[in-house]
Design a binder for this molecule. Structure first.
Ligand code: NAD
Ligand code: DAU
Length: 377
């Protein structure tokens, strides 16, 4: 593998994947293909942007001619595809953009990779098309008494306070797809196209489905960065419904580590679920965030609890997500490196210490700076 296109590399998870590959593999050329939508921010990659094995290309994945020409020009060997519209609330307001980017954009990349690799003497040999997807394609799990559920699902966090399973069922790779939101429907559709390209044309594809990520550089429309920033500025915290929904949280660097292992060692045409064995009710996470921000800012711990504001629930709000990532552990030896308490402490500290990064986003300045710097290629 020499030339790798990472799509969506200016976004949250993509920037961590780009950073890991650029630093770990100086022998690879890493091409970050990103449209720089509102969610793309090259400030996420400041520390690696002048490395000789890194290049940024501003491009829409739906631009088939542009994508195909880029693949030819850089003689692409591997594609790690993260570019997507990723926020569920936006998909409820504007489903078309999600179908366009997530479905048509993925199809455009698949077709370009197929045509380019087919034109080579070696064909698909040694090539990889790795599609990053979400656990939301599986729909929602019930909350039931987790009596009898064994570790790693029920391991207590180091404080001993937190019960990690909220039911007896988990998302496994063989579960039927049951997406509920326009976002997850668009991701499910893109997953089907990726598998269809393997089954029909033999394209060497891999799909992974990951749970909720948290960590530095996440766009502050998502729960954790939005709430950290609001607590800091003592703004209301809009909790959807009763705050009882459960998500399974994974530190973003652990997701990037999993992507590295799977890209290099995963079996073609296979699917791997990635998750942290780390279920939390939203309201419990929110309390941890309030206590942590308060403590780190020298306020009395818990003094900002009154910022919690219950608001109308998200339409079609999935009740519980919980990943079973034991296949990935068993077959490829990956496991999360951080306990949630450690990861959330690091994350809160990062946002508090990088207020300028946050302010540039909330003011909108980040969009102007980078659109002035780059033309369309
Ligand atoms: P993000 O919204 O932070 O970043 C998305 C990136 O894609 C941005 O840089 C954006 O500019 C780029 N992009 C959007 N449309 C594009 C287009 N048409 N052409 C080129 N680039 C475009 O997303 P994220 O949270 O980093 O998620 C990355 C991927 O991982 C997505 O595919 C998402 O579905 C998946 N995923 C996310 C999570 C999570 O918790 N955030 C969990 C599992 C899977
Ligand atoms: O499970 C993986 C998915 O996780 C990814 O595929 C998505 O790209 C990513 O955005 C994330 O989806 P969620 O909808 O779970 O994440 P979000 O941060 O938007 O919300 C987390 C939970 O918090 C969810 O139950 C809704 C709730 N929430 C969210 C926001 C933004 C609130 O209660 N209030 C809020 O203001």
């Amino acid at each position: 593998m020499k030339n790798i296109i990472i799509t969506g590399g200016a976004g949250f998870i993509g920037s961590h994947v780009v950073r890991l590959f650029v630093n770990k593999y100086p022998e690879y050329n890493i091409i970050n293909l990103d449209k720089l939508t509102y969610a793309g921010n090259l400030a996420n990659l400041k520390d690696i942007e002048s490395q000789p094995n890194y290049r940024f290309v501003k491009m829409d994945i739906c631009d088939f001619d542009g994508v195909y020409a880029l693949m030819q020009e850089c003689k692409v060997d591997g594609i790690i595809h993260l570019a997507a519209e990723s926020h569920v609330d936006r998909s409820i307001k504007d489903p078309f953009t999600f179908a366009r980017t997530n479905v048509m954009g993925t199809l455009s990349l698949l077709q370009a990779a197929k045509l380019y690799w087919e034109s080579l003497p070696e064909g698909f040999e040694g090539k990889r098309f790795y599609h990053i997807s979400t656990d939301e394609v599986y729909g929602a799990l019930e909350m039931t008494d987790p009596e009898g559920v064994e570790p790693p699902f029920t391991t207590k966090a180091s404080s001993g306070q937190h019960h990690l399973a909220y039911g007896t069922k988990f998302f496994t790779e063989d579960l039927k797809y049951q997406p509920h939101s326009p976002y997850s429907a668009s991701k499910a559709s893109s997953d089907h196209f990726v598998r269809a390209f393997h089954d029909t044309y033999g394209l060497p594809t891999i799909v992974t489905n990951c749970s909720n990520n948290y960590g530095p550089y996440q766009f502050p429309e998502k729960l954790i960065p939005l709430f950290i920033n609001n607590i800091r500025h003592r703004k209301p915290l809009p909790v959807y419904g009763k705050g009882e929904n459960v998500r399974d949280w994974l530190y973003v660097v652990d997701h990037a580590r999993a992507i590295d292992v799977i890209f290099h060692k995963g079996t073609i045409a296979d699917t791997y679920n990635i998750g942290g064995f780390n279920e939390w009710k939203n309201i419990d996470i929110i309390k941890v965030l309030i206590n942590t921000v308060d403590r780190l800012l020298g306020r009395a711990e818990g003094e900002d609890m009154d910022l919690i504001t219950y608001v109308t629930d998200r339409a079609g709000h999935d009740l519980r997500y919980a990943i079973d990532s034991s296949k990935l552990q068993r077959e490829l030896g990956w496991e999360p490196s951080l306990q949630f308490e450690e990861g959330i402490e690091k994350t809160v500290k990062w946002y508090l210490e990088n207020q300028e990064w946050m302010d540039n986003i909330t003011s909108g300045d980040y969009m102007k700076y980078y659109s002035d710097m780059y033309d369309n290629r």
